[in-house]
Design a protein around this ligand. Structure first.
Ligand code: S3P
Length: 437
């Protein structure tokens, strides 16, 4: 797939449903008793893998129409037949392992080549402390693995790495444990699980302490199905908005974007870089604040991104780096070692891709710095970028190609459908020239 230099991209679009919330809605609905109707579900490959998984765990799953799904839960996960294949989805597999750990079932989890490279002990470790049993079927700390659940006890867990996947896996397991579970977060990670659980009837307490946020969940709670409305994914909205910032004359609005403050670090950073970014029509939907976000072409300047902001934009550093290539001066991104264990080593791949396109990048163990040129020295482009099947690496470089001098090609564009099905068509609708190479 190749992106070519554009001008004056414009229009109004809607971002696909939030990926984090979509996984959670399906899993909670399957753990609950009764019917959950979901609207706005992301129909990306990651979430579809979770939908298949919850069906294998015994829930009734029906697609009612675009983004509209009905899940009928039977009050718990049943013994599935066969392997639960979570595809490319780290969130899917880690949350499903947490949920499944609470039931007396034995389950084998697996994923694609990228997911098989990602660390699993961060979740299996604390779940083992709660009483779950795991067997590595291949390499230790990696999929495939077999889980035997049931008989869990609550846990006090101090979370060193800010990870909503670990926190959520423990909270889902805690629902079927004896006693309380407490997760302490020195840096708060996205809180969609905490926000969604009360709608399913769970009692969950979040308290701000001196040095952390504490989440407390009492064990032995039953969930009841409830309607769930899923707003637009800010992590997906970031790509058309980024294109607007770097393409001369562009102005793009993305409607219905979720604005949970634990997800909007990128917007804050872009503003500090001088981005013309406005938010209109702020409202609430599905327990989250949402709004319509408009970005216009802007002269950006490099900034130092505060490391403590990383948790609120951890998936957005690739697209930030693409826009930083067009900023004057250096954009310094540190404290983001977690980027190396996402769908790919995102620091290494962004550094390699941007360098291949003529951008100055300095890589560090836990960060990188992208230095844009003065106005007279635009981004060259003219490279084929290796994405290792990572959707965000692919979209970030296609955005870069829309404003670079020469076309930018990405391999494996099919993987974009894991989080943003219809990305290429949406961008073409805004005037972008993105086509098969
Ligand atoms: C997610 C949490 C983040 C993020 C991922 C989605 C979630 O991962 O990178 O894309 O939905 O909980 P970590 O929790 O591992 O940081």
């Amino acid at each position: 797939m190749t992106a070519r230099r554009a001008s004056g991209l414009s229009g109004t679009v809607r971002a696909p449903g939030d990926k984090s919330m979509s996984h959670r809605a399906l899993i909670l609905a399957a753990m609950a008793t009764g019917v959950t109707e979901i609207d706005g579900l992301l129909e990306g490959d990651d979430v579809l893998a979770t939908a298949r998984a919850v069906e294998a765990f015994g829930a009734g799953v029906e697609r009612l129409g675009q983004g509209g799904w009905r899940v009928t839960g039977h009050g718990g996960f049943r013994q599935p037949e066969g392997v639960i294949d979570c595809g490319n989805a780290g969130t899917g597999v880690r949350l499903l392992m947490g949920a499944a750990a609470g039931y007396p079932i034995t389950v084998t989890f697996d994923g694609d080549a990228s997911l098989r490279k990602r660390p699993m002990k961060r979740v299996t470790g604390p779940l083992t402390d709660m009483g779950a049993r795991f067997e590595w079927l291949g390499e230790e700390d990696r999929l495939p693995l077999t889980l035997t659940g049931g008989g869990l006890r609550g846990l006090d867990y101090w979370q060193e790495v800010p990870s909503a996947q670990i926190k959520s896996a423990l909270l889902l397991a805690a629902l079927n444990a004896s006693g309380d579970t407490l997760v302490y977060e020195p840096i708060q990670s996205r809180d969609h699980t905490e926000r969604m659980l009360p709608a399913f009837g769970a009692d969950i307490r979040v308290a701000e302490l001196d040095d952390c946020t504490a989440v407390r969940l009492a064990g032995g709670q039953a969930l009841t199905g409830t309607p769930v409305s899923i707003p637009g994914d800010p992590s997906s909205a970031a790509f058309p908005l980024a294109a607007a910032l770097v393409v001369p004359g562009a102005s793009i609005t993305v409607e219905g974007v979720m604005l949970n403050p634990l997800r909007t670090g990128l917007f804050e950073t872009w503003r500090e870089m001088g981005a013309d970014l406005t938010i209109a029509n702020r409202r609430t939907a599905g327990g989250e604040e949402i709004g319509d976000v408009t970005a216009r072409h802007s002269q950006l300047a490099g900034v130092i991104v505060p490391p403590e902001r990383a948790a609120s934009m951890i998936d957005e550093y690739p697209v930030l780096a693409a826009t930083a290539a067009f900023a004057s001066g250096a954009t310094v991104m540190r404290g983001i070692g977690e980027m190396r264990v996402k769908e790919s080593d995102r620091i290494a791949l962004m550094a390699a891709g941007l360098r291949a396109c003529g951008v100055a990048v300095e890589e560090e163990p836990e960060g990188f710095t992208v230095t844009g040129g003065p106005k007279a020295r635009p981004v060259r482009g003219g490279a084929t970028v290796t994405t290792h099947g990572d959707h965000r690496i692919a979209m970030s470089h296609l955005v870069l190609g829309l404003a670079a001098e020469q076309p930018v090609t990405v391999d494996e564009p099919g993987m974009i459908a894991t989080s943003f099905p219809g990305f290429v068509e949406l961008m073409r609708g805004l005037g972008a020239d993105i086509a098969s190479a």
